[in-house]
Design a binder for this molecule. Sequence first.
Ligand SMILES: [Zn+2]
Length: 276
Amino acid sequence: MLQDIEHYLACPLCAQDLTRHERALRCPAGHSFDLAKQGYVSLLAGDAHTGTGDTAEMVAARADFLAAGHYRPIVDALAEAAAAADPEGLVADLGAGTGHYLAHVLDALPGRVGAALDISKYALRRAAKAHPRIGAVVCDAWRPLPLRDASAGLMLNVFAPRNGPEIRRVLRPGATLLLVSPTARHLRELVDALGLLSVDEEKQRRIDEKLGPYLTPARQRQVEFTLRLGPEDVRTVVGMGPSAWHTDPDRLAAALADLPDPVEVTASVTVAAYRR
Ligand SMILES: [Zn+2]
């Protein structure tokens, strides 16, 4: 519930602590944010828009895909790494989507509470219900995060935007970021058949370089397995990829029609830990 994480939240406009006043969160400067009846709160700075987030339809398709267990090995690897990190304080998922990964991580961390951060209110309506210990917060990953300094014992970032300076600010000293990113082999068969842009071989090195000034790389683990996907699953998984994979819908539909049903596809990701 949102109440579980309120004492970790900060005002997105002035960075002071937020506290609850009836159906709103307020800071000492008088900035006020109404709680949505669906159980989340929007802490977007005034001029930000939720238009860049996912639509209700996209969110529903992703939720179904994840609920079907296609990415279970990734979920399990993440939960295992989270349990090994044994964090104190908040677990914050940056780009949490529907809260699928965070919910499984919290199952592996009894008594811990989680903040699901995302720009899509449709995703967060689901995240707010994904686990009793999740609080859901709409925010922009590229702006100052609405979390207090050194509030998080663990941060998750799964196929999501990474804001190095803000991740460092929010993590407690010695705390861990767990980052899941695709390798060059991820969805290889679809990249070839559908003419998508591929993930470059140097991706992990570039991530390490970008986070380098803020965090220290620790353990990395590859998780690779085979997916068996029907046409709808293929459409969904393409939409879940990096924005570079968003492709012309007509061309995509034609290429999809030529695929076997089901089609076997490689899933390949790196689960990387970084220390603050
Ligand atoms: Zn304020």
